[in-house]
Design a protein around this ligand. Structure first.
Ligand SMILES: Cc1cc2nc3c(=O)[nH]c(=O)nc-3n(C[C@H](O)[C@H](O)[C@H](O)COP(=O)(O)O)c2cc1C
Ligand code: SF4
Ligand code: SF4
Length: 203
């Protein structure tokens, strides 16, 4: 979804270009990928590229940090954002960092991930705890969820962002890949409201 967005941007008249990605630990390859898209599409590299560490939000792989651990990461992210804002306001050149493991991981996993991601809805299930509130459909950035008889149905344009999983107020949604999500915690940024998610949806 982000790659498609980047491909549609027109940077021909931009004076200074920058990108900021959030990550759980390896975001450098995403910055290189964005840089590659801009170079290829518009013969224009990013002037500055930044990554911000956030709490992990993919419970099938690792439990999202909670409590003090989560708050510490969020505080550090705020400080990092202040640094980034300062660099941007000064028009500083910041090339994407060098992290040899990150491109290797991308080379191994990104192709298979993008190939099957739109069908990832097949791996979600919903329990009887579902109240039919519709929050999952409201927050889905891909418009991938419809409600049938008050229950979510996942269609075929999933991006595996996990917003439905994390925003369900009664944890009725589970994702059945790797270690699964049952009892493995949930994470959403404390400042992020359902209305914010709805406002940034593409249609
Ligand atoms: C499907 C999926 C793929 C992800 N891939 C990566 C990744 O390649 N590298 C990484 O560092 N974090 C990855 N993450 C983690 C998120 O980038 C990170 O946890 C996120 O920025 C959480 O904070 P935020 O929603 O408040 O920005 C992934 C998360 C999901 C749901
Ligand atoms: S957010 Fe949860 S409770 Fe609400 S409709 Fe979706 S699955 Fe059901
Ligand atoms: S919210 Fe994200 S994970 Fe859930 S259906 Fe929509 S795109 Fe897929």
């Amino acid at each position: 979804m982000v790659a498609e967005f980047a491909e549609r941007l027109d940077l021909s008249r931009a004076g200074y270009t920058f990108a900021v990605v959030t990550m759980a630990g390896m975001g450098v390859s995403a910055l290189h990928q964005l840089n590659g898209i801009f170079k290829e599409q518009q013969n224009r590299a990013l002037d500055a590229a930044f990554a911000v560490s956030m709490p992990g939000n993919f419970p099938p792989l690792s439990r999202p940090p909670a409590g003090e651990k989560r708050d510490k990461i969020l505080l550090a992210a705020d400080e990092r954002l202040d640094e980034i804002a300062e660099a941007i306001s000064q028009g500083r050149a910041v090339p994407p960092g060098f992290a040899p493991i990150s491109p290797l991981m991308k080379a191994l996993t990104y192709g298979p991930f993008t190939k099957q991601v739109h069908g990832a809805g097949e791996n979600f299930s919903v329990s009887d705890a579902c109240t039919g509130c519709g929050t999952c459909a409201r927050v889905c950035p891909a418009g991938n969820i419809t409600l049938a008889d008050g229950r979510p149905v996942w269609n075929h344009r999933c991006e595996l962002c996990c917003a439905c999983l994390h925003f369900c107020p009664v944890e009725a949604i589970q994702l059945h890949v790797l270690r699964g999500t049952e009892g493995r915690g949930r994470y959403r940024h404390p400042d992020l409201a359902i209305a914010d998610m709805e406002a940034q949806r593409g249609e």
